[in-house]
Design a protein around this ligand. Structure first.
Ligand SMILES: [Zn+2]
Length: 466
């Protein structure tokens, strides 16, 4: 890797403790870390990137995704207006259960390519699709896919252990036993989990959600994760509270308190149904929320109370969520959506996070939430994970006075100019490094056709479109 000198950047937005922005300065990278930021850095042995006119940002950290869903999108047969949640789940799980591990491999490549092209350098993927077609190797294949693209992957090993015949929403064919899940978690931790700072591969344990798992699954997850020193994740307060009340006589957060599934090593996706009187449960335990704006809009559901939760001390990060409720993996788009949604309710709530606060949710806050403080900030000693946009474009005229706000405030959602991960340029001027993008696209498309388009009823209306 050696040294890379980013020379004369128009702005370097650091997201550091002092919220520093450097103008017309340089950033020196040594191996996989940032060595220096300053004026006129001399490094004759470094590879030089001329960054005049470019804005530099810390790489975005995506704290919630389901890569496997990339092959279950752009389907109007599933997203019909007026469908009930159960009708939608019925339709979509019929597609999920046809996926095999090869489909998940190419779906993962598609998502990671999308993430990289929009400034994301590290993502959590919550993989909970396990069937007889997938076997247990999807995460092994996802790690291979991440290595092909040079992407930093935190794979959350999900599971569903309560079948629909016993009251969940999950078809029996997508359920595992707690014992089988735990055995695979142990295997994955031993094989892939690198606990060191700057790790490219990590494992998180992540039962899908309390309504779709047995209680023992969560209890055993806590035991294994804490003994192995890995983080935990789940979906929570995303519409399941009525079912939790029916089954356990308590809301989801009270149930989490009862089983002990709270703590600074745990973060939950969504959290939008959390009541103000429950904020202290999350805040006091240090449990974070991954806010995913797109599915909130798709589902027409509650907009997360970021001002109130922030005042209460709940950590909040940003996620794209899976393609079934977002379609794409564009983190810049999530910045924009999150800001607009908060602005929409700002009068009612008497406040709105600043655009820069939203950017920090996707950088420093996300990094801290997943236990990776070396990410999400541009400062000496931090990881060389960053992205750059070309600010010298006519469409930005009149806006180039506040690089901290410009991404969410203007809604800059196109492909970035350059993405660097762990000191390596993985994307530059519309090219992914080290892969034949067209060949991977063709292979992925043919796998989608074999696994889904030729056989799955949800794809029937599209069969003659090629
Ligand atoms: Zn999700």
């Amino acid at each position: 890797m050696g040294k890379i000198l980013i020379k004369n950047a128009r702005a370097i937005v650091t997201c550091d403790e002092a919220d520093r922005v450097y103008y017309d300065q340089d950033l020196l990278i040594e191996e996989n870390k940032i060595a220096r930021i300053g004026a006129d850095i001399e490094a004759p042995d470094a590879h030089c990137i001329q960054a005049g006119g470019k804005y530099v940002y810390p790489g975005l950290v995506n704290t919630h995704h389901h890569f496997f869903q990339a092959f279950v999108r752009n389907l109007m047969t599933i997203d019909r207006p007026g469908m009930t949640l159960m009708q939608w789940l019925d339709a979509i799980y019929k597609v999920f259960i046809q996926l095999d591990s090869q489909a998940i491999f190419y779906a993962s490549l598609a998502c990671m390519a999308d993430l990289i092209k929009h400034g994301c350098t590290c993502s959590v993927d919550h993989q909970y699709c396990y069937t007889q077609h997938t076997g247990v190797n999807p995460i092994d294949l996802q790690m291979e896919a991440a290595d092909m693209l040079g992407f930093r992957l935190i794979a959350a090993r999900g599971t569903n252990t309560l079948p629909r015949s016993e009251g969940s929403t999950i078809p029996d064919a997508m359920c595992e036993t707690t014992a089988a899940y735990l055995q695979d978690c142990e295997r994955l931790i031993a094989k892939h989990h690198d606990p060191r700072p700057f790790a490219m591969h990590q494992i998180v344990l992540a039962p899908c959600q309390p309504v779709n798992c047995r209680e023992e699954t969560f209890v055993e997850t806590l035991r294994l994760a804490r003994s192995a020193g890995v983080y935990m994740h789940t979906h929570l307060c995303e519409g399941e509270n009525r079912d939790m009340l029916r089954r356990y006589g308590m809301r989801s957060l009270a149930w989490c308190e009862k089983v002990g599934f709270l703590g600074p090593d745990i973060w939950v996706a969504h959290g939008r149904e959390t009541l103000p009187e429950e904020y202290s449960i999350l805040a006091a335990s240090g449990t974070g929320i991954s806010h995913c704006p797109a599915p909130t809009i798709y589902g027409g559901s509650e907009i997360l109370d970021i001002p109130g939760m922030t005042r209460a001390g709940i950590p909040i990060s940003l996620g794209v969520d899976g393609c079934s409720t977002n379609e794409g993996s564009n983190m810049l788009d999530s910045l924009r959506l999150a800001y607009l949604m908060q602005a929409f309710l700002s009068k009612q709530r008497g406040g709105c996070p600043a655009p820069y606060d939203i950017l920090k949710m996707a950088t420093t806050a996300g990094a801290k939430m997943v236990g990776r403080p070396e990410l999400g900030m541009l400062a000496p000693g931090k990881a060389a994970d960053l992205f750059m946009i070309d600010a010298e474009r006519l469409e930005y005229a009149g806006a180039l006075h506040d690089p901290q706000s410009i991404l969410p405030k203007l809604g800059i959602t196109g492909n970035v100019w350059l993405t660097m991960i762990n000191g390596r340029v993985v994307y530059h001027e519309d090219r992914l490094a080290g892969v034949d993008e067209r060949r991977l696209l063709e292979e992925g498309e043919s796998v989608c056709t074999r696994v889904l388009r030729d056989t799955c009823p949800a794809f029937a209306p599209y069969r003659n479109n090629r």
